[in-house]
Design a protein around this ligand. Structure first.
Ligand SMILES: [Mn+2]
Length: 323
């Protein structure tokens, strides 16, 4: 059996402010390429690992793009493989019962994508997102899911990270389970455990938000060749339609904002280190703060806080002096 697995697409009708391309069109092109890869590699199925959509209601434009992609290939032939989705938190605003009113629900209700807890003929367990899923996995939930592959929208990781995560080393699995494939955490990861099972997160396909970790990253999906109880091989396939970061993000603007933040931090530090005792004449200091703020383009809110701080410190000193 051969199955293609695709990480978080985050498709959306509206282009994020930091992107300079047409986000919906870019999302569609990558989605279509995933389907083309599944066909060209004679896959039995494609499994989307969750967060196909960025928001529960991601807008008609994006829904229509994906309906077009899923209906048939560019030559008008139906896709010769099954198409499944593991539901992600973004798809349904963290609540599975919202599926019928979500953008994803449209693709499911017309039969272009299937939602299953277990894909019996492919021996895959689908762990849809729930707010409790990570805790349940940590508590041994997967021991009772005896399938060759577990495809999950969950926070499993191969190294310690910020936030609530579950280390793959700590995940108890059924003896039959050979591979755990996750979406959700937007970072490609891979681990082969000493006792055999393999963990892969192929990484997110959609790049809705800017992340410096994505700067040089190639966008890849995963093809797994396996039989019941045995993984024969797996391979990452690069998406050609995923454009490099400098063609998708307004990098100059992002760097400018970052530089400004660093300058502001420096400014705030300078203010905090002002020794109120040595301020002789409050007027000069405030003029100085204003001038620096103007040159460095410091936000008014920070400037005003700075002036307030100096005023308070001066008042404090005057009170002490008058005692
Ligand atoms: Mn996601």
């Amino acid at each position: 059996m051969k199955v293609v697995f695709v990480g978080d697409n985050h498709c959306h009708s509206i282009t994020p402010e930091k992107r300079k391309d047409d986000y919906a069109l870019a999302s569609y092109e990558k989605f279509l390429e995933c389907l083309n890869i599944a066909r060209d590699r004679n896959a039995d199925a494609i499994v989307f690992l969750g967060d196909i959509f960025h928001k529960m209601d991601s807008g008609s434009l994006m829904v229509n793009y994906l309906l077009k992609a899923l209906k048939e290939d560019e030559d008008g032939f139906p896709w010769p493989f099954k198409k499944y989705v593991v539901i992600g938190n973004h798809d349904v605003s963290r609540r599975l019962e919202y599926l019928p009113k979500s953008s994803l629900g449209a693709l499911v209700s017309c039969g272009f994508l299937e939602v299953q807890d277990v894909i019996e003929d492919l021996d895959i367990f689908c762990g849809h997102f729930t707010p409790e899923l990570d805790e349940e996995i940590a508590a041994g939930y997967l021991v009772h899911k005896p399938y060759t592959i577990c495809a999950l929208h969950a926070s499993i990781v191969n190294q310690k990270m910020m936030g609530h995560v579950v280390m793959f080393d700590d995940v108890q699995l059924a003896t039959k389970t050979q591979m755990v494939i996750c979406g959700h955490i937007h970072k490609p990861m891979e681990q082969v455990r000493a006792d055999g099972p393999i963990f892969v997160n192929p990484g997110n396909v959609g790049r809705y938000a800017y992340s410096k970790d994505d700067y040089d990253r190639e966008i890849k999906i995963l093809l797994v060749d396996y039989e019941i109880g045995k993984i024969n091989s797996y391979e990452y396939i690069k998406l050609k339609s995923a454009k490099p970061y400098d063609e998708t993000f307004k990098l100059e603007e992002i760097i400018e904002t970052k530089d400004k933040k660093i300058e502001q931090r420096g400014y705030v530090q300078t203010i905090s280190s002002i020794d109120a005792k040595n301020i002789l004449w409050i007027g000069d200091n405030i003029d100085h703060l204003k001038k620096v703020a103007e040159v460095k383009k410091i936000d008014d809110i920070i400037l005003n806080t700075a002036i307030e701080t100096v005023n308070e410190a001066t008042e404090e000193r005057l009170k002490k002096a008058n005692k």
